[in-house]
Design a protein around this ligand. Sequence first.
Ligand SMILES: NC(=O)c1ccc[n+]([C@@H]2O[C@H](COP(=O)([O-])OP(=O)(O)OC[C@H]3O[C@@H](n4cnc5c(N)ncnc54)[C@H](OP(=O)(O)O)[C@@H]3O)[C@@H](O)[C@H]2O)c1
Length: 248
Amino acid sequence: MSEGIENKVAVITGASSGFGEVTARHLSAKGATVVLGARRTERIESLARELTDEGGKALAVTTDVTDRGQVKRLVDSAVEAYGRVDVMINNAGLMQQSLLESQKVDEWDNMIDINIKGVLYGIAAALPHMQKQQSGHFINVSSVAGHKVTPGGSVYCATKHAVRALSEGLRMEAKPYNLRTTIISPGAVATELPSHITDEQAGPQIRDFYEDVAIPADSFARTVAFAIEQPGDVDVNEILFRPTQQER
Ligand SMILES: NC(=O)c1ccc[n+]([C@@H]2O[C@H](COP(=O)([O-])OP(=O)(O)OC[C@H]3O[C@@H](n4cnc5c(N)ncnc54)[C@H](OP(=O)(O)O)[C@@H]3O)[C@@H](O)[C@H]2O)c1
């Protein structure tokens, strides 16, 4: 159990795998109530059952973050079930890499819809509750790709730069409501993320890179816990971390 985390209600998008799943386990072990959103219902329901069997409090709500109404329902379900939302973790994301000349326009659209609009819908859904509470914490997941641009990564990098811009705007605007905002920008961490790259050149290259350097996903969960468990007057605005072996 952790004093700054125990009994907080944390909503996590993208909770069916990778960062979201590991973070749900980590926060639940520290006494948080977790509300899990993702499209793969079986995965989040089975995780919620597992956490509940271990004595935690967890709820699964099938959510596609590209649908504003579904994100609102996710957050409203947390408030209906547990009375409040203390932490909104806008984590769901998609990384598809290819050169712009490859014209994978559907993939650009998907990344923009999930990585940017999904985060905005999360902000839209949780902000009114947090304003009313006069407390709350947004944790938005950017990336090293939110700090630099790589060939083949133009659109993904643009979405992750956008997450940082939105988070910084939210940080300043949320001052009257006593809210905290944290951007987490990880390097290569072992999750399902690189498996979604369809490009025949970029896919194998990036998957090999991850094979070489990626670190376990609990590295991410620990940064989330660090940001949440700080005293209420401490706002950890950004955490950038990489595997020790990652040069770029
Ligand atoms: N792993 C890394 O190296 C790394 C580095 C920097 C940043 N990130 C960021 O970390 C975040 C989490 O990714 P991950 O590494 O944990 O990868 P992951 O294992 O592929 O997880 C992605 C999660 O996002 C969810 N998701 C995707 N599209 C969604 C949608 N339309 N609606 C709701 N949920 C959706 C997926 O759930 P469903 O498919 O079940 O919906 C899944 O739970 C992403 O924002 C990613 O960009 C990752």
